[in-house]
Design a protein around this ligand. Sequence first.
Ligand SMILES: NC(=O)c1ccc[n+]([C@@H]2O[C@H](COP(=O)([O-])OP(=O)(O)OC[C@H]3O[C@@H](n4cnc5c(N)ncnc54)[C@H](OP(=O)(O)O)[C@@H]3O)[C@@H](O)[C@H]2O)c1
Length: 363
Amino acid sequence: MNTDYMKRVIELANRGSGFVNPDPLSGAILVKDGQILGEGYYEAYGTDTAELKVLRKVQGDIAGSELYLNIEPFQSEQRIWECLNLIKELGIVKVLIGMRDPNPEKKIVFQSELAKLQIDCEIGILSEECEEQNEIYSYYCKHKEPFVIVKWAMTLDGKLATRTGDSKWISSEDSLRFVHILRQRVAAILVGENTVRQDNPLLTTRLEGMKISNPLRVIVSKYGNLSDDAQILKVDASVQTLIVASEFLPKDREAALLEHGVQIAKLKEREGRIDFRDIMKLLGSMGIDSLYIEGGSSILGSVFESGCVHKVYTAIAPKIIGGRTATTPVGGTGIERMRDAIVLKRVSHEIIGSDVIIKGYMD
Ligand SMILES: NC(=O)c1ccc[n+]([C@@H]2O[C@H](COP(=O)([O-])OP(=O)(O)OC[C@H]3O[C@@H](n4cnc5c(N)ncnc54)[C@H](OP(=O)(O)O)[C@@H]3O)[C@@H](O)[C@H]2O)c1
């Protein structure tokens, strides 16, 4: 079945997660008479793409085979021409593709070039899955700013933490793994300074048995009021931290933070706040294609108010903690009328361990 082969391509492409940003995840397989003759995936940014790897090394009786790709070839023109030439030379009769390359700067229309070579091309197999797999790439190549995912874990009674600020752990062990898969996928992760003070998180990716890539840790801290013992201040070659501070960051705090080896970006204060739209511009200019925001409440309120969110995950745990003063997930001023509520689109849910994970998009 076409869809079974495409599922395999998606699976292969996912192996590049965390290593190919801001390029898309890409996978390829070559099939003939129900046999897979070759398969590959894009492993690291700038290296050969999945289809080139497969086409260059495949051997034997290839004529008449079909090539499956989750995304149309997206790299340099030179590599795309090499791919087209190999398809022709090897006698491949059909190319089946999950999604088009949405890059507006792209000049070669792959399907038209295949048509000139009289090679069949079908686009749109498992398109929904393929589009979601590369939604980060689709957004970034058009807007040059990060695709923003927010996620919080809350109790059944809608709390982010107990009245004392304790939130370890609301969700189950299994949904914690889900968090680390998300961290692996994105280029940057962001939290507010109270979360650093309260939880002292590492914000690294921890997935057993997998090659790990850590996102850039971004901390919003207007005046740098972070403890010298904060774990996010420990940086090395494998994990970096960026403090997003106000233009009025005191000089002594700046010097103390820089001693830890972190980066600091000072942004304009607008009505006492840092505007998330300025943070997006900054991260976009650094080549960050995706940002995963893990809270807390005040930061989530800010980012929703700025209109910078694209995708939401909420993990609801079957726990009840009570407390009128216990933090709820999205702070800020909030709205007055239900009719003004943000209503997520394309909503779905899954159950992981004992938690329900709800996923939705802002549009
Ligand atoms: N369950 C979960 O998924 C989860 C995840 C993360 C954290 N938490 C919990 O949430 C709690 C922390 O939440 P929180 O709301 O207290 O703190 P927070 O959101 O981590 O950080 C709040 C700080 O960030 C500042 N801030 C927010 N938006 C800003 C902006 N646009 N520009 C500049 N500064 C900005 C706030 O300033 P103002 O004071 O001016 O507002 C405040 O100083 C902790 O108890 C933690 O355990 C739970």
